[in-house]
Write a protein that binds this ligand. Sequence first.
Ligand SMILES: Cc1ncc(COP(=O)(O)O)c(C=O)c1O
Length: 299
Amino acid sequence: MIVFLNGKFLPVEQAHVSVLDRGFIFGDGIYEVIPVYNGKLLRLAQHLDRLKKNLDAIRLNVSMSDGQWEEILNELVLCNAEKSDEEKGNEGAVSQGTVNLGNACVYLQVTRGVAPRDHSLPAEAKATVFAMCNPAVSAAPELSEKGMTAITLEDYRWKNCHIKSISLLPNVLLRQQAVDSGAAEAILIRENVVTEGAASNVFIVQDGTLITPPKGPFLLPGITRDLVLELASENNIACKEQAIKEYELRGADEIWLTSSMKDILPVTSLDGKQISKGKPGPLWHTLNGLLQSFKENNM
Ligand SMILES: Cc1ncc(COP(=O)(O)O)c(C=O)c1O
């Protein structure tokens, strides 16, 4: 696997970061996960926009233009693309860890860089920029027949959840609590109101209307969330951004979770109770179809 680190493309084994990096010491950094479909970064402009907002939010100055980010990330995808049979013949066996150029996942992380350990921001530190590209893990085929299970948990995270911070310990522990109880995701509730999943945004369907919580400090403004809203509006499907009370979640006709690498996942069991008769609902089929066509056309 070839990764990008501070201006260089190099094999992952040769990519090293100082133990004094504030990302390592404080979790002081932000990240993006960008899907690649048909060899092209999906919704790159939106991901870069969120990246810049996050850098501003944590007061980290990185002087890179959108064009420069795009160049690096495209190069990274190409470096990791599986070679064609013809190229393989010319150059011998393809190295391990290459990804099919079609579908992949780019992870980009920017931390505040190396500085003596001190909570306050260093006067001088050069941001550490790291990116890697991994094969996309496709959703299990039975998902569209059976859906997935989720549990609800109290959202005890901080009040800056709109920042895509690399400090993910609460999300990690919440997700693990779900996994320990046999569920795939935790849906988080703060003062009787749904915020989001441990690593996803939440939608419900109520009387034919799609509802997702409004953006704000308690949830990440997901790129897939926005895309789903956009596709719904374009196709005259009623949708609104409105707070979802816990009882509305429990009584929803359908529940979905969205994220860049998992698309739209239908929840068919919540806290052990069946949702939408234990099968992905009709509106999920419609929106999932629209999203898959959108991705297919990502040329
Ligand atoms: C906490 C959280 N909310 C929402 C999302 C979905 O965001 P996106 O659609 O941009 O992947 C993620 C993605 O990992 C996440 O970690």
